[in-house]
Design a protein around this ligand. Structure first.
Ligand code: SAH
Length: 399
């Protein structure tokens, strides 16, 4: 391990860091030039050289590194990483013991004490996401800690650094016995076909687990369901298994068609009985209005930011309009499930988007449920931005 670099924290950032904020932001550092190599350990001190915390230097879109400990004498060594991964494992023990769910998050960045590091579990196979060169520097420690804590069938990795957090195409396989793909995993008894070696997205977003279960168990029965931004159709599969009359999945990406057929098939559902549409959702809204199509449940799960041929969508700016389009094709007493993973606004603001959309459409609504991240996506109160997921079940009431 290299030597520690002292980093002077500007006065106005000291109290936030003292209160537990885990991110080292660029603006807070007085002596930026002393930071040379990512992966260096840094010792944060105030302007009077009083110790605040220790962390590592690693550049990602969010900041310049993460705090690892607030104890001056704690060493950042193999036993540090073992301790963090072990604690993360203990916290998810009930997941490891649950045979009905074999895909979940083992390690959630700063929520588990190491920002920039994510480890997901897929039936004994692990996917590690490195969010900076800095955290990647600790790779050997982390691989060892993981193997000492859990039984590892294989490990894959996603390097999410270099160009602005964009995924870098290269061999994802790290070690172990490679499974055959698709690997079939389970979530509350439902199958998912996942590909751990096929780009940044493996086929399912684990953070929507509780929402999918709710849809299947309490909302889908007898409904016509529209799933917008459907990707591999995970919401459609759960809706279909919950007794939806018919689902329509809409996504712009060509891959969504075969992927959705596959997810239906591995669950014994006839894909022919459902609609899978490769189309821009904004075009689909127009099509639905023209054909006077209405749905009893509409699921909206857009990316925070997306560019298509005709439109650019930014959740922070455009969610209200997305909801207005949705309201006009939702039946009275129908349910809109509005989701966003955008971390630039909070639940309060999201609910405000919902309120404005209904007001502008002269509509009435009632909020039935709301969700944030599931338990395995551990977050800390000192870093609210980490709790990015917001999902609201809204009933459209006849006005
Ligand atoms: N709801 C999905 C995850 C959505 S990921 C799930 O539960 O698994 C975001 C998806 O939005 C991507 O598959 C992307 O192809 C799609 N997308 C982005 N912009 C779009 C647009 N304008 N119209 C349709 N799909 C779009």
């Amino acid at each position: 391990m290299g030597k520690e670099i002292d980093i002077k924290v500007k006065a106005k950032f000291v109290s936030k860091i003292s209160k537990g904020f885990p991110l080292i932001v660029k603006e807070s550092i007085a002596n930026l030039n002393d930071l040379q190599e990512e992966g260096s350990l840094v010792r944060l001190v105030d302007e009077n050289n009083r110790f605040l915390a220790k962390g590592y230097y690693g550049i990602q879109n969010k900041g310049y590194g993460w705090i690892l400990t607030r104890r001056e004498n704690e060493k950042i060594d193999q036993s540090f990483f073992n301790g963090k991964i072990q604690a993360a494992y203990e916290f998810r023990k009930s997941f490891f013991e649950d045979g009905e769910t074999t895909a979940f998050r083992l390690f959630n960045g700063e929520g588990d004490g190491i920002g920039g590091l994510i480890i997901d579990h897929y039936d004994g196979h692990y996917v590690i996401s490195w969010y900076s060169k800095g955290i990647y520097f600790f790779k050997d420690y982390i691989l060892k800690a993981l193997q000492e804590t859990v039984e590892v069938k294989s490990i894959y990795q996603k390097k999410r650094f270099d160009t602005k957090g964009q995924y870098v195409e290269e061999d994802d396989f790290v070690m172990g016995e490679q499974p055959e793909f698709p690997l079939l995993v389970k979530e509350n008894g439902v199958h998912f076909a996942v590909y751990l070696n096929d780009g940044a997205m493996v086929g399912v977003f684990l953070d929507q687990r509780d929402v999918r279960r709710k849809i299947r168990d309490e909302y889908a029965k007898g409904k016509t369901v529209l799933n917008m931004f459907s990707y591999t159709g995970a919401f459609s599969v759960f809706a279909a298994l919950g007794g939806a009359v018919k689902t329509t999945s809409v996504d712009l990406a060509n891959r969504s068609l075969p992927k959705t057929i596959e997810q239906f098939s591995v669950n014994g559902i006839d894909p022919e009985a459902h609609n899978i549409v490769v189309m821009d959702v904004f075009k689909y809204f127009k099509y639905a209005v023209k054909k006077a199509l209405k749905f009893e449940m509409v699921i909206l799960d857009p990316p925070s930011f997306a560019k298509s041929k005709k439109f650019t969508f930014s959740a922070g700016k455009d969610y209200t309009n997305l909801l207005k389009d949705t309201i006009s094709i939702t039946e009275d007493n129908g349910v809109i499930i509005a989701s966003t993973n955008c971390s630039t606004f909070d639940m309060k603001k999201f609910k405000n988007f919902i309120d404005v959309a209904f007001k502008e459409m002269n509509g009435k609504y009632e909020i039935m449920e709301q969700f944030s991240l599931p338990a395995d996506f551990k977050t800390i109160p000192e870093y609210k931005e980490g709790n990015y997921l917001k999902v609201v079940f809204i009933k459209k009431i006849k006005g």
